[in-house]
Design a protein around this ligand. Structure first.
Ligand SMILES: Cc1cc2nc3c(=O)[nH]c(=O)nc-3n(C[C@H](O)[C@H](O)[C@H](O)COP(=O)(O)OP(=O)(O)OC[C@H]3O[C@@H](n4cnc5c(N)ncnc54)[C@H](O)[C@@H]3O)c2cc1C
Length: 314
């Protein structure tokens, strides 16, 4: 990585917001991943210039939010990682003719947005309690749980296009589907989202969110690093049940393990490498296929350099 690019990035976003050889294990909930050549903590107004510099220097960039659905290879990420986090946190409400809108910056934690909605007596976002992603990542993934998903409450988003222009898009233009959208394929960066919410009883909303959190604690291995459900739910099945039926509860590769508590979660049970996790995902996929004829697909996104030879996944 050219030092000149690093200096130019520092001049734009500030000295402390550019880190070289930054371990991605610090930025993923799996707690694995080698170094990013450069990691930039960008603000909304400096993002177009960051993209321009990457273009001028012909250096690739990759966007991360809270890293809670991300497996980064042990070799790390070449180029610039743009982290959309605290510097792009914002929450505000507007009301027009009894219609409530919550505007959230892409770097805001989804759980914080849900708590803010609850504190203001707005319902619709309860399902998000305990999803550890950013608003931007949640939109890209159309995150959902307990009968709700982002698509149910999203009105519109502001994105940055690859040529550095801001564009407002209606939710209907994002091809939101089960844990998918067209955002990554179009190279958009989510900057801000507007959610439509209804007014409700704050006590009821808080109660529902509390119940959801308790269910998560009871059923999910939250005491270990993971990226949540590792696989998408195959139509007509549950990934966890298929994995359990294939005899893989507790199955390990190095420090990676199929959770004993919830077979749909691959966990880092101590010192896992990204290669361990990827190999485990691959072995689970093959064994479930052999056992049930159902092809599991990872929900977790993979980025960066993997030193194994498994080829493209995710
Ligand atoms: C314990 C646990 C429980 C979980 N439970 C759930 C659940 O119930 N339901 C669910 O849906 N998910 C769940 N997840 C997965 C994860 O939290 C969600 O997918 C979340 O929406 C990811 O957001 P993120 O900010 O962490 O995205 P990241 O993991 O940082 O990124 C995910 C993808 O989005 C892209 N991206 C991130 N931010 C932006 C942006 N601003 N603009 C453009 N692209 C961007 C990245 O390039 C990447 O491709 C869980 C994860 C954990 C660890």
């Amino acid at each position: 990585m050219e030092q000149r690019l690093v200096e130019e990035l520092r001049a734009i976003v500030g000295e402390d917001s550019v880190r070289q050889m930054e371990p991605m294990s610090r930025h993923t909930t799996f707690r694995v991943g080698g170094p990013a050549d450069v990691l930039v903590l960008s603000q909304r107004n400096t993002l177009p210039d960051v993209l321009r510099l990457c273009r001028q220097h012909d250096v690739p960039y990759y966007v991360v939010g809270n890293g809670s659905n991300l497996l980064v290879g042990d070799g790390g990420i070449r180029g610039v990682v743009i982290k959309i986090a605290k510097a792009m946190e914002e929450l505000r409400l507007s009301e027009e003719g009894g219609r409530y809108e919550l505007v959230a910056g892409a770097g805001t934690l989804l759980s914080k947005a849900a708590n803010f909605a609850a504190a203001n007596g707005l319902c619709g976002m309860e399902f998000a309690a305990g999803i550890p992603g950013s608003v931007g990542g949640a939109i890209v993934m159309n995150a959902g749980a307990y009968g709700g998903e982002i698509a149910d409450i999203l009105s519109r988003v502001t994105v940055l296009t690859p040529d550095g222009k801001e564009r407002e898009l209606a939710a209907e233009e994002l091809a939101l589907g089960y844990r998918t959208s067209c955002i990554a394929a179009r190279g958009y960066i989510v900057l801000e989202a507007v959610f439509h919410l209804a007014s409700g009883d704050p006590e009821e909303i808080r109660k529902r969110m509390g119940e959801i959190r308790e269910q998560r604690i009871a059923k999910q291995p939250l005491e270990y690093p993971s990226a949540g459900s590792t696989f998408k739910r195959p139509e007509g099945y549950f990934a966890g049940k298929l994995i359990q039926d294939a005899g893989l509860r507790g199955y390990r590769v190095g420090g990676a393990q199929v959770s004993e508590k919830h077979c749909g979660f691959v966990i880092n049970c101590g010192g896992a490498s990204a290669a361990d996790i990827r190999k485990l995902i691959s072995e689970v996929t093959d064994k479930v296929w052999e056992q049930s004829g159902v092809r599991l697909e990872p929900e977790v996104k993979m980025a960066g350099e993997f030193e194994d030879t498994l080829g493209g996944m995710g």
